[in-house]
Design a protein around this ligand. Structure first.
Ligand code: SF4
Length: 385
């Protein structure tokens, strides 16, 4: 897998046209402050000038980045380029909702240097889309994917959601088949989690629907992995699949491998290992920090020239090592044996996991199997003292 050690840049676009009832990401529906946010974002970028070296990934996430008109996106990218250096082969991903996109907008995005599109399709069934409160139809999603190809996007990723109430394995297989008919380079398949505090959570609490049983969730997970691997996709992280190693997302692995990343925008998180961070008042070794997940506080802080940071923590080497296990066991790359050595009776723990078919040990690494993925968060616990 082609992992890079250059830093990654994330920009959180905190706007949505309407809130989907299952979503607990931070976003607002008042678009009148979009220009104020754009101005603040450039100020925030200026605070980190020359502190992260070169970036080789830029990820525009949200919220809904595809709400940005090409002129807004052009201004945003120009602002980032004024402060940061980007590698000539930077992966530039934009998250998009199908209903925001037109043939012309896609062509303009491509022209501006977006080279990877992550489309929130969620389902190819209109009833599912209505349940999820999405504003697009299955037909619209398919149309947009065709337009994206015509605009020259050679790297398309689809987000899909499974374990919707009342859905069967057969329904989900049909969704996957529809998705593969679009030949995406990448797929992210997420299980629907109904969070308390969301409108969908309230509906569930009122007994309006029942979430999928755990057995079915597990069966759907295994089906997804088997089906996509049979069709040439690499199951490289719990929720992520790529048509060959070259199509794995290059940005997200930076989070999983403690490669430095800078997050701009409300609620964004950053991490610095200290490399290339000299001279910055904000960055020390092995520090993680996060912004106010509140647009008003974010704007207010930047209006005074202050970083909109809500909190920060310095990770001890021990915490880093433990995180390496938690993050590593969520990826097919797994964990280097040298990272598990020293944790309790690690040899016995590894032998037990291998015996149970949850982990495979090869080439100096312990890699979770597909069944291991199912209990990835439990695997590091086996190495407890
Ligand atoms: S469009 Fe995305 S970020 Fe916005 S509410 Fe829906 S799921 Fe959440």
């Amino acid at each position: 897998m082609n992992y890079h050690s250059s830093s990654g840049l994330y920009v959180h676009v905190p706007f949505c046209l309407s809130k989907c009832p299952y979503c607990d990401f931070y976003s607002v529906t008042d678009l009148s402050i979009l220009n104020a946010w754009l101005e603040a974002l450039e100020k925030e970028a200026g605070l980190y000038r020359d502190t992260f070296g070169e970036f080789d990934t830029l990820y525009l996430g949200g919220g809904t980045p595809s709400l940005l008109e090409p002129a807004d996106l052009e201004a945003l990218l120009a602002g980032l380029r004024r402060h940061f250096h980007f590698h000539s082969h930077t992966e530039v991903t934009l998250e998009a909702n199908p209903d925001d996109l037109s043939r012309e907008k896609l062509a303009a995005y491509r022209e501006l240097g977006i080279n990877r599109l992550s489309v929130g399709v969620q389902s190819f069934n209109d009833k599912d889309l209505a349940f999820l409160g999405r504003r697009h139809t299955a037909k619209q999603a398919a149309q947009v994917l065709d337009w994206a190809r015509a605009a020259g996007f050679a790297n398309l990723s689809l987000d899909l959601m499974y374990a919707l109430p009342g859905k069967t394995e057969k329904d989900w297989r049909e969704t996957l088949e529809r998705a593969l008919a679009c030949h995406p380079e990448h797929l992210s398949c997420y299980q629907l989690t109904v969070e308390a505090g969301t409108p969908l959570g309230a509906r569930k609490a009122r007994g309006e629907f029942q979430a999928a049983e755990e057995d079915l969730e597990e069966a759907l997970f295994l089906l997804t992995s088997q089906f996509l691997e049979d069709h040439g996709y690499l199951h490289y992280e719990i929720s992520n699949f790529a048509r060959g190693e070259e199509n794995c997302c290059r940005h997200n692995p930076k989070y999983w491998q403690h490669v430095p990343y800078l997050g701009l925008g409300p609620g964004a998180h950053s991490f610095s290992s200290g490399n290339g961070a000299q001279g910055s008042p904000f960055i020390k070794n092995r520090v993680r920090w996060w912004n106010h997940a509140d647009l008003e506080r974010y704007l207010k802080a930047l209006a005074t020239g202050a970083a909109p940071v809500a909190g920060r923590e310095t990770l001890t080497p021990e915490q880093l090592r433990l995180e390496t296990l938690y993050l590593g066991f969520r990826t097919r790359r797994g964990v280097a044996l040298e990272d598990v050595q020293g944790f309790g009776n690690w040899e016995a723990a590894l032998a037990e996991l291998a015996q149970a078919g949850l982990v495979e040990v090869s080439q100096g690494r312990a890699r979770p199997t597909c069944r291991g993925f199912l209990m990835a968060d439990g695997l590091p616990l086996r190495f407890g003292d």
